[in-house]
Design a protein around this ligand. Sequence first.
Ligand SMILES: Cc1cc2nc3c(=O)[nH]c(=O)nc-3n(C[C@H](O)[C@H](O)[C@H](O)COP(=O)(O)OP(=O)(O)OC[C@H]3O[C@@H](n4cnc5c(N)ncnc54)[C@H](O)[C@@H]3O)c2cc1C
Length: 438
Amino acid sequence: MKRLYETPAYGPQGACWWAETVDDDTWPQLTGDLHTEVAVIGGGFTGLSAARHLARDGVSVTVLEAEHAGYGASGRNGGFCCLGGAKAPGALLRRRFGEDGARDWYACERAAIDTVARILDEDGIDADIHSEGETLLAHSPRAWAAMQDEAPQVAQDYGVDPVLTPRDGLRQQGLGGPWHGAMTIPLGFALNPRRYHAGLARAAQSAGARLYGQSPVTGLRRDGKWQLDTPQGRVTADTVILATNGYSAEDLPSWLRARTLPVQSSVIVTRPLTKDEQAAQGWTSAQMAYDSRTLLHYFRLMPDGRFLFGMRGGLRATSRANAAIARQIRADFHQLFPAWRDVEITHDWQGLVCLMANLTPFVGPVPDHPGLFAGLGYHGNGVAMASHAGALLADLVQGRRPAQYPAAMQAEPKRFPLGPYRRALLVPAYLAARAFDL
Ligand SMILES: Cc1cc2nc3c(=O)[nH]c(=O)nc-3n(C[C@H](O)[C@H](O)[C@H](O)COP(=O)(O)OP(=O)(O)OC[C@H]3O[C@@H](n4cnc5c(N)ncnc54)[C@H](O)[C@@H]3O)c2cc1C
């Protein structure tokens, strides 16, 4: 398998806090041959949600995961179940898909959050949820002015009333810090992603799905039916769903070549903060929050008092690049939350999100590949959108026209320029973003 990053990006998960919060959820390795109606490659939210919905509809479904349960981005994200999934700005969405197409996309973002809420409810999953919507914090006076200008458009796009809080009201709301104002959009909630993942896996299994770990698909071809090779087994399937997102290979299948741009994201988690420590910083809120920088920081105080803080990762995955990003994330954390400078950071990890050249996700049948479907490219916001994509794929595979399936996610993804060197595109993008964020 050809992949874009250095080997460590696909190595062990690192010191990920979430792994310590679930009971053993080991999936067996596939040995021998089996037939299934639908084979899913990748056991994250996309793959498991597809499997859960298909199995509940009585379809025989088998998930093949290369590593352990929760290995990919789904087991190591920030747990923001929120709006998002595309990077295309509103004006571009309107130009490409028309007013109705843009409206459909925004409705889909809302529906994606509802999909997760529905799964948690129907399957009785306790995922430590908190936060009433999401709060965007202005990092500069200019950003605060822009936020106030944009609020009416947000209200129109999502059909909710965002709440604007000026600088002098933030501390009172437990949102103390170097912010110039905030906008809270009352949609979404925070969750423990690994508990959600484990619950989703249990739900899929109890509906009849077969889940295998340590079973990388190393060969994929169509010979009447689809044949999937793993090191110890082989699966024959009528239909295949590709759910590998940022961990996709360039050549499995070759259609994927240069159609995704995986990007690293980094997270740190502190030990539980005492009430006094929280008060010293002025951050006592349970809101999930992010700042208005283009290269944004995202953070939240979790129910057990630990603080999670995330930002972009390095452009490379060498040990030198990883050490540099570990220093950078600590420096940014200490700059924004100086009262916690001496608080121990107990966990620290990175993972891969997935950008697309079209700046929108792709969910649907892969052109010119009968029986092959894909769901990927959530631009770092896939807790809700990947879960929703899985539900959409379950419908599409069964020949049903899904609800909340906007044109924006149906266009075949374009290839990025520069092929195997396309990470170089991120260098000017990051430099420009950094200058803009000043
Ligand atoms: C650090 C970080 C923080 C994030 N924070 C947030 C957040 O707060 N909110 C949010 O909405 N989104 C967040 N995201 C993004 C979100 O986690 C992803 O968009 C989402 O989990 C994607 O789910 P997925 O199932 O499509 O892919 P993944 O969860 O990445 O799963 C893909 C799986 O495919 C497997 N795979 C790859 N190749 C093969 C093969 N050949 N055979 C078998 N299996 C294979 C991989 O091992 C992997 O487990 C974050 C991501 C990262 C990395």
